[in-house]
Ligand binder design. Structure first.
Ligand SMILES: [Zn+2]
Length: 246
């Protein structure tokens, strides 16, 4: 039989809940957050929201045809996008979140420089000790952690330095890819979802071509597309409403 104290402690246990953060792109200042206690203490692997940073770290990304199936260190990482024929360019690989493309191009990353770039972006990152470690890091699955506030600020800085191919890929991901549930009428959004065993993410910025707000949303379970993207959408909608009333 559970004691009254035991029941009370169960009731007091905080449920795993989402955390969403919005920051200004120019200032990096916090604009809104529903859980300030956890926005910079909750660390989780960023999954595919890391892929734009991987792309930024590739000096000469090569076209790669998607093989669909991928196994790395016992992880099953098959692509979930629709079949794509022929070698993929970086924007298409980013929009489709093609694991095969990123794992193959990660072979040319320098582990020391990549770790340094991740640390600069605000992550906790260890240096990859093997090729598979490096590939898993490039996919945002291992050896790299972000907080919601850290990822929102990383995307704010990304918004200011995004290459045309990154911008195209992130806009396409919201328009017709995994991040569609972040989309709003009358606001162009660039963003990316990520789903790992630790939780689900969306990170992005808007307006895509004149960015002013960056958002990161983390949900402890579920998927980036179905669970984190709609949460981010609420923050973009809030910003849209307040912008129109200014
Ligand atoms: Zn693929």
């Amino acid at each position: 039989m559970i004691s009254r104290r035991g029941i009370l402690s169960l009731l007091a246990a905080p449920p795993a809940r989402p955390c969403a953060v919005a920051v200004g792109v120019a200032s990096l200042d916090l604009l809104r957050c529903d859980d300030r206690a956890r926005m910079d203490t909750l660390w989780a692997p960023p999954g595919s929201t890391l892929k734009p940073f991987t792309l930024l770290s590739l000096a000469d990304p090569r076209p790669v045809a998607c093989a669909h199936t991928l196994r790395l260190s016992g992880h099953l990482l098959d692509c979930s996008h629709l079949p794509l024929s022929g070698p993929l360019d970086p924007a298409t690989a980013l929009a489709a979140s093609c694991n095969c493309w990123f794992a193959e191009n990660a072979r040319r990353l320098d582990p020391v420089r990549f770790q340094h770039r991740l640390l600069q972006a605000g992550a906790k990152a260890t240096r990859a000790r093997s090729l598979e470690d490096l590939q898993l890091q490039a996919l945002g699955l291992e050896n790299v952690l972000f907080t919601p506030l850290g990822l929102a600020r990383a995307y704010a800085r990304l918004a200011r330095q995004a290459t045309p191919q990154i911008l195209d890929g992130l806009e396409q991901a919201v328009r017709e890819g995994t991040a569609q549930w972040a989309a709003l009428d009358h606001l162009s959004i660039a963003g990316k979802t990520g789903t790992t065993s630790s939780g689900a993410w969306f990170a992005g910025f808007a307006p895509a071509r004149r960015p002013q707000i960056a958002v990161a949303a983390f949900v402890p379970a579920g998927t980036g597309g179905a669970d984190a993207a709609p949460l981010a959408r609420e923050l973009f909608a809030w910003w849209q409403r307040t912008a129109s009333s200014r």
